[in-house]
Design a protein around this ligand. Structure first.
Ligand SMILES: [Zn+2]
Length: 202
């Protein structure tokens, strides 16, 4: 994908900086360009995202877009600063979670997940394993027991995340869709484990 030439500044008609944020001539903040979530951080769409770098870029953008900086500027710039801040916030929420990033990427690549009501794991082995884990969690009567079950699920989630990255890397979207669903189940399971642990005495 070739980078598009940034449009001229809305305020003075001058040249806009390469990242499309500010005018190089008059310094005016430019309206946000609504590309995909990856583009909002200057990234090419892909599952491999350095979350620490993403968060650094997020804070940098939030700092540069902070409404206080535009208090004495044109009303239009104040408005754009709020839009920019909302846009990068929305993008960050999606991209920093592996599950949400995978779902978003699948949709972007044209393979949307089925709507949540019809999502099923059709692999019987995976299904049986998931039910066993549910039973183990239901049987765990101490925080330590819950933590042990959760640790196994976390290790499995790490493994599935690695497989998911490999599936996206070789552009196998069918496998990526299946693994995303598994990761979603594991995330939900870990949420439930946290909740159960909170309800148990130490
Ligand atoms: Zn300008």
């Amino acid at each position: 994908m070739t980078a598009m030439k940034p449009p001229a500044c809305w305020s003075c008609g001058g040249t806009v900086d390469a990242d499309g944020l500010f005018c190089a001539s008059c310094g005016a903040l430019q309206p946000p360009v609504l590309g995909d979530f990856f583009a909002r951080f200057g990234l090419t769409p892909g599952f491999a995202v350095d979350v620490a770098a993403l968060e650094r870029r997020y804070f940098e953008l939030q700092r540069r877009m902070h409404p206080d900086r535009f208090a004495a500027r044109l009303p239009k710039e104040r408005e754009y600063s709020l839009q920019h801040a909302a846009n990068v916030n929305e993008a960050l929420q999606t991209l920093r979670s592996p599950v949400r990033r995978a779902e978003y990427l699948l949709a972007l690549l044209g393979k949307a997940m089925r709507s949540s009501g019809e999502e099923t794991v059709d692999d019987e082995e995976v299904l049986v394993h998931a039910l066993e884990m549910r039973e183990e969690l239901a049987d765990a009567m101490t925080r330590a027991a819950v933590e042990a079950v959760a640790a196994t699920a976390r290790a499995e989630a790490d493994q599935v995340t690695a497989e998911l990255a490999a599936a996206f890397a070789r552009n196998d979207l069918t496998a990526a869709g299946r693994l995303t669903l598994r990761l979603k189940y594991l995330d939900k399971f870990l949420d439930d484990a946290r909740e159960r642990r909170g309800r148990l005495a130490a």
